[in-house]
Design a protein around this ligand. Structure first.
Ligand SMILES: Nc1ncnc2c1ncn2[C@@H]1O[C@H](COP(=O)(O)OP(=O)(O)OP(=O)(O)O)[C@@H](O)[C@H]1O
Length: 238
């Protein structure tokens, strides 16, 4: 991955680095679109001049980003540069201050658009799991949220428990290891078979030696086996 340019004069989204050696410069961000072939509309995510501040703190400034369909795409940047903020804006749980975002054809949170919702699986950095739930309860809960039938949830649960090497489905979340909890959270994000999977720091809690393997092998196998179109994930660069 390329290193991003911290010396650029415009403050802003910060050192988001793409895994495809695409350089995003602050304020004047070159994006992947330039290198895309003719099918210009064939993108999963498109951000145009996106700005987001928290009070006076400008976190994203004129961010431009295009994620084509069918790709695994990584955001890399130092802690606090705005990766989570950008992912929340893309998922639609955070409003942008200015600019335009299109996710799977429409702006996030557009009325009737299932983003946030069924079309996108989101694994947050801080895992939102209930300790009192079992693995089975957790996945059933997310199944209800996404409107899956009990039969659909059960079939998907069986597949994911096997695929993600999860312990027995009656195990309580409170008794799971950090890595097992992260995989339950990944299972919850994959449950409804989303078109787009967004992972915020998926390797937190994963042994450093295994991280590279996890990112390359696991994400590729997850995306293929789960039939995903596109995966966007973030990592801290040190
Ligand atoms: N709700 C909030 N209110 C105020 N400031 C916030 C809020 N959320 C994030 N920030 C600030 O915005 C900046 C970007 O935060 P963000 O979580 O997006 O960074 P990040 O790149 O994901 O960091 P990390 O890699 O450490 O998770 C940080 O300076 C953070 O303190």
């Amino acid at each position: 991955a390329a290193a991003s340019d911290r010396n650029n004069s415009t403050p802003g989204p910060a050192n988001c680095t793409e895994t495809q050696d695409q350089l995003i410069k602050e304020g004047d961000m070159k994006d992947l679109e330039a290198s895309l072939p003719a099918a210009q509309d064939n993108f999963a995510i498109r951000c145009r001049d996106v700005c987001r501040s928290y009070g006076k703190l400008k976190v994203l400034t004129n961010l431009n980003l295009t994620v084509p369909q069918g790709q695994i795409y990584g955001l890399l940047g130092p802690s606090g540069c705005g990766k989570t903020t950008l992912l929340k804006c893309i998922v639609g749980t955070l409003k942008i201050s200015r600019g335009h975002i299109t996710v799977l054809g429409k702006p996030p949170a557009f009325p009737g658009h299932e983003v946030p919702g069924k079309m996108v699986g989101y694994m947050p950095q801080d895992l939102a799991l209930y300790n009192e739930f079992t693995i089975s309860d957790t996945l059933a809960f997310f199944g209800r949220i996404h409107g899956l039938t009990s039969k659909e949830t059960r079939a998907r649960m069986d597949f994911l428990i096997d695929f993600l090497h999860l312990p027995q489905k009656h195990s309580l979340v409170r008794n799971l290891s950090g890595g097992q909890r992260r995989r339950v959270s990944l299972g919850a994000a994959l449950l409804q078979n989303p078109e787009l999977l967004i992972l915020d720091e998926p390797t937190v809690g994963v042994d450093p030696v295994l991280r590279a393997k996890y990112v390359t092998a696991c994400l590729f196998s997850v995306s293929h086996a789960a039939g995903l179109q596109t995966v966007l994930h973030s990592h801290v660069s040190l």
